[in-house]
Design a protein around this ligand. Structure first.
Ligand code: KG4
Ligand code: ZN
Length: 341
């Protein structure tokens, strides 16, 4: 199977070529610099950038893989969830390719692709689902924070999720309060390395609740009130890393403790972590430490699979085909609010 995959659900235009579970190319054109000026993703600008970049990105992916369009056996693209006009660009391109070369079109779910990206690793990246075992999966991105139980590949059910802001959103919004650029997660991660996590203590929301849900908007609000009461901290070079470290510790502790608790309750010996926030260095080291201490196998997406990319879309599409899922109907529309259940 030789597959072209396309991803345009938010602010990355990406195309990848996948051959039999192996990534031959994965080109990502990020719009981060364009949106940084506005402190968040501007859908209109994202759409224009996708339209400008989609063709060169696809051509580059095909050329890096030494693959011509006529070699392709299927086309995969993100159908949802995501920003509707952004999704539309990649989906329409995929429909046009599939129609032109008369090959199947596979519409994939972006969040499901994040979930299984924890099993996509190596150099070159390949599908390692042969090592699969039932697990509790934490998906932490800019738009989603979900704990799911995964019984077998493509058989997953949501146990809990955020009731308001996603963890990535909390990183981005609190970074903005600290005067740091967008996206805030990587900036907080970098500055926190020089900070003391004990200097400022922020609430650990939902940690005392026995369910698997999250809530991060209260943490953001408590940081805002705290900074309103202590404005001098914002111009103190020593305090900013400490604030970053305090915020990061609160978010990571909640994610870790709730995921571990779910794994123990569900009696599974495996945890996976994926999504943009899985790039966070404290999250990676804390999950490694805790899983080792508790004798739990851990699969975290490799860094280049954490943030949005087309390779995870293509690898998921192959799994869907191998399990006999029917392809999309060519006329299918985007599905901006698609859930993972
Ligand atoms: O998965 P992703 O690329 O896009 C969505 O599907 O949302 O995730 C983007 C999110 C942003 O909120 C960004 O701040 C966060 O991932 N992120 C991080 C780090 N790198 C990216 N958060 C914390 N630490 C990081 N190193
Ligand atoms: Zn994503």
């Amino acid at each position: 199977m030789r597959l072209l995959a396309i991803e345009t659900s938010c602010d990355e235009t990406s195309a990848a070529v996948i051959v039999d579970g192996c990534v031959l190319s994965n080109v990502v054109s990020s719009q981060v610099k364009i949106h940084a000026e506005y402190g968040g993703v501007v859908p209109e600008l994202a759409t224009r950038e996708h339209m400008k970049n989609i063709q060169p990105v696809i051509q580059e992916a095909l050329s890096q893989a030494s693959c011509s369009v006529s070699d392709l056996s299927a086309i995969a693209a993100t159908r949802g969830p995501g920003l509707p006009p952004a999704l539309m660009v990649g989906w329409k391109a995929a429909q046009a390719f599939a129609y032109a070369i008369n090959r199947p079109l596979i519409g994939t779910n972006h969040v499901v692709a994040h979930l299984y990206s924890a099993w996509f690793s190596g150099a070159p990246i390949k599908n390692n689902l042969k090592d699969f075992e039932p697990n509790i999966s934490l998906i932490v991105s800019g738009g989603h924070t979900i704990i799911a139980k995964v019984k077998k590949p493509l058989d997953h059910v949501i146990l809990g999720q955020t009731q308001d802001d996603a963890a990535g959103e909390c990183f981005d919004k609190t970074a903005k309060l600290l005067g740091l650029g967008y996206p805030g997660g990587p900036n907080i991660d970098r500055l926190a390395k020089d900070g003391n996590p004990e200097s400022f203590h922020f609430a650990r929301p939902m940690l005392n609740k026995t369910n698997d849900d999250f809530s991060f908007s209260g943490l953001k609000t408590s940081v805002r009130y705290f900074l309103e009461k202590n404005p001098a901290l914002l111009s103190d070079n020593k305090s900013i890393p400490d604030l970053c470290s305090g915020i990061q510790s609160a978010i990571v502790e909640v994610l870790l403790k709730k995921t571990l608790r779910a794994a123990k309750r569900e009696r599974v010996g495996c945890i996976t972590v994926s999504g943009g926030v899985a790039c966070n260095s404290l999250l990676r080291s804390e999950f490694c430490r805790a899983c080792k201490d508790n004798d739990i196998r851990l699969f975290i997406s490799p860094q280049e699979m954490c943030t949005d990319n087309a390779a995870m879309i293509g690898l998921l599409a192959e799994v869907m085909i191998s399990q006999g899922n029917p392809p999309s109907v060519l006329e299918d529309d985007i599905s901006p609010n698609w859930t993972i259940n």
